[in-house]
Design a binder for this molecule. Sequence first.
Ligand code: PLP
Length: 421
Amino acid sequence: MTSPIWHPFTQHALQPDMTRVERAEGAYLFTNDGRRIVDAISSWWVVTHGHCHPALVDAAREQGGKLDQVIFAGHTHEPAERLGEALIKLAPDGLDKVFYSDSGSTAVEVALKMALGYWHHMGETRRQRIVVMENGYHGDTIGTMSVGERGVFNKPYAPLLFDVDVIPFPHPGKESETTHTFERLLAEHPGEIAALIVEPLVLGAGGMLMYKADVLKDLKRICEAHDVVFIADEVMTGWGRTGTLFACEQAGIAPDILCTSKGLTGGFLPLAATLCQQRFFDAHYSPDRSRMFFHSSSYTANPIACAVAFANTELWRTEPVQARVDALTVEQARQIKKFDGHPRFENLRQCGTIAALDVKVADQGYLSNIAPRLYQYFQDHGLLLRPLGNTVYVLPPYSITSEDLDDLYHVLSNAPDVLGL
Ligand code: PLP
């Protein structure tokens, strides 16, 4: 019998069979046909400490027997409160309030609504424009597609997407084009720009494109000068991926609104949080019920997810997680250096625990035919790597070993010859 399941980002006509995973541990997935696969993309960038970390398993078990779920409007619970306090302590300065939701996309939707709601309630109703960065990705809901790069992914839905202003990606040496475009937009639309949303340091789905922390600092400075809300989408970059707990730290900035998900629970359960400054809360605070923040999802602040996320924050406090991140950062630098001068690869890049490089081919872009061929080749070698077009990136859990990375990069270096690319 064929499966009733429709898989995400999967062309079933070309990939009829799915890899059936039975269990996972550390950096490994174990399949029903007895294979061990190295999860070198942290199962879509979520798993940080490794799969099934015992502390997270225990937290889920314990909370599940106590309070499974409760409506979060008018109700609260210890896991959400404890986690909220921990997040405020860990996050960049000035973020005072935590709004829970359940995915990276909803964290971003909430951030956009907070910013727009803020200006609306402050009486600055002309501030409705959102500025985004070229090649950005913030999710697949209608709102997050609107603030992301337009292309093959969202072409059929274009009539539903709202207009945004785009600043160019800050390619090395061309950073000033990004900041100048932003300043030009501000001059052209005085008092109309509500917010800027960016992925700090690394644009993930856009191709693991990396840019300098100084750009982030400059963008924040410009936002401050023009009263524009600075939203940092740290959904992918948070929880150590770029070498620090949050990527913004490397620019020495604190965003006005910060979105986090993925590694928030160590990659164990779906949960998201949008952290904001007090002023966003205050703008909605009123005896007037029409000013409340109109956003919720059924599972907002699910107690089990919150308990696991709190256990994750405890791991960061009590285990040498930062030392593991630092060691992986050094290891990734060592590995990627091996490709220096390699005739078949280019654009070697690394930011903290993330490394990426491009296979030199004529057929580039997300729909490049080499991506599925590379994917299958890696699967055949016991590796879960999911190239973005001709870009191969390695974004592993922090528990991956040097030996696994040695093997992985060896398999990768042979790929162009074996596949005849
Ligand atoms: N924002 C960024 C930067 C992301 O990388 C992603 C997902 O990859 C999202 C938002 C959307 O997250 P989710 O898939 O959990 O909705």
